[in-house]
Design a protein around this ligand. Structure first.
Ligand SMILES: Cc1cc2nc3c(=O)[nH]c(=O)nc-3n(C[C@H](O)[C@H](O)[C@H](O)COP(=O)(O)OP(=O)(O)OC[C@H]3O[C@@H](n4cnc5c(N)ncnc54)[C@H](O)[C@@H]3O)c2cc1C
Length: 377
């Protein structure tokens, strides 16, 4: 007899898992803390790789939908040093393969949600904790006081997972990088000269101790990530008035004084989006002992520095777990054991690589190191 499956978190990992399970005749319910699918902007772009994120969508029967949202030209890249010297420019030909196309996070979520029946996702359920049931499985407790029961609980609830403590004491730690996210809406109309600077994909400027990356989104917006190689308390100590965007913009631009003028012009052209993003990661190679009735996927399991692998690993975790569960729906423990072994072995080297790339980016000669990395690919 099939066992009931609860997935906490309706991000790319949780929704891919629900979709692939349904495709194989296994029902699962996703509990998502956001109140509705329209509740929150989903943020920026994600590049989906052929053997991981794209494979998960293919095996989820969503290849045509993927092609409809994939932005081939989003693969374009410009790498500069802080003086404005162009170190590398990669322009994507119109017939280039879709190796790492960018998709809008919101488009990806819509594709996955549209592939599920309405009742597969229960909105407005912020998971708090779970208590084991004497007959097996767990009772889930949500912030609104409601409860649900399941035989298998899958934590797909991201970086600050509340399911994670059921299997491990490990916590994400700050690794000395802070991002400030900003945005320039409708750049082609509002700032055509800056639109030309950024181009169709990612514009990346790296200098000592900090960086700026600007990325064109599908909706005509350019999203900026200002990166600072600073400790966890930097947001409180740096003197930037983050709660007042009109004053934060010039203060942030001032931190890039002496850099190429395009860099400060981009910061000054931003709207009132100023989001503080301290970056954290889980220990590389984290594992946990098999825990009856619970497992994790995605950032909940292996949060890594954001250099283009996180969503791909989350979706591949989802695919592998769904296939394991579908192969043996009556024995989720065996499926979970297979999934965890495969996930631990696959993601540890990827997390290690992400950490190495981050160390390269934050080294004093980060721009040159990244140039060597890209040209050596
Ligand atoms: C600035 C930045 C840029 C990035 N860029 C890239 C990139 O270019 N490429 C890439 O591959 N990765 C990128 N990543 C990483 C990527 O976003 C994550 O790896 C990916 O989203 C993980 O998917 P997930 O489904 O595991 O978790 P998430 O996407 O975090 O989804 C978790 C879901 O769970 C929900 N949730 C959380 N807590 C609860 C709760 N208590 N109860 C119920 N629901 C809950 C959340 O609302 C969310 O919907 C980036 C990350 C950051 C921070």
């Amino acid at each position: 007899m099939s066992k009931s499956i609860a997935i906490v978190g309706g991000g790319p990992g949780g929704l891919t898992l629900a979709r692939v399970l349904r495709l194989h005749g296994v029902d699962a319910v996703v509990y998502e803390r956001e109140p509705s699918r329209a509740a929150r902007g989903q943020g920026g772009m994600l590049d989906l790789h052929v053997d991981s994120g794209q494979r998960a969508l293919r095996e989820a029967g969503l290849e045509a939908e993927f092609h409809a949202i994939a932005r081939r030209e989003g693969q374009d890249m410009r790498l500069l040093d802080h003086t404005g010297a162009l170190l590398l420019q990669e322009d994507t030909p119109d017939d280039a393969p879709l190796a790492r196309p960018e998709v809008d996070r919101a488009d990806l979520r819509d594709v996955l949600l549209d592939s599920l029946p309405e009742d597969a996702v229960v909105w407005g359920r912020a998971f708090r904790n779970a208590t084991p049931r004497p007959e097996g499985g767990h009772t889930l407790h949500f912030a609104d006081g409601s409860t649900a029961v399941c035989d298998l609980l899958v934590g797909a609830d991201g970086a600050n997972s509340r399911v994670r403590p059921l299997v491990t004491d490990a916590r994400p730690f700050h690794y000395g990088v802070n991002y400030v996210e900003m945005a320039i809406p409708d750049i082609d109309r509002a700032h055509p000269e800056l639109a030309t600077v950024v181009g169709r994909g990612t514009y990346w400027v790296m200098g000592p101790g900090q960086s700026l990356s600007a990325q064109r989104n599908g909706d005509g917006r350019v999203r900026l990530y200002l990166g600072f190689h600073t400790p966890a308390d930097w947001f409180a100590t740096c003197g930037v008035p983050f709660d007042d965007p009109a004053r934060a913009r010039p203060a942030l631009a001032e931190l890039f004084a002496g850099w190429a003028p395009d860099v400060t012009a981009l910061i000054r052209a931003c709207d009132d989006t100023v989001i503080q993003r301290p970056l954290t990661m889980l220990p590389v190679g984290l594992t946990w002992p098999a825990t009856p009735g619970v497992t994790l996927i995605g950032d909940a399991a292996h949060l890594m520095p954001p250099v283009g692998e996180g969503v791909n690993m989350a979706m591949l975790d989802a695919l592998e777990l769904a296939l394991a569960l579908a192969a043996d729906p009556g024995d989720p423990a065996a499926a979970v054991a297979r999934h965890e072994k495969e996930m631990f072995e696959r993601t540890a080297p990827v997390a290690e690589m992400c950490l190495r790339i981050t160390e390269m980016m934050t080294a004093p000669d980060g721009a040159q190191a990244m140039l060597r990395f890209f040209t050596g690919r």
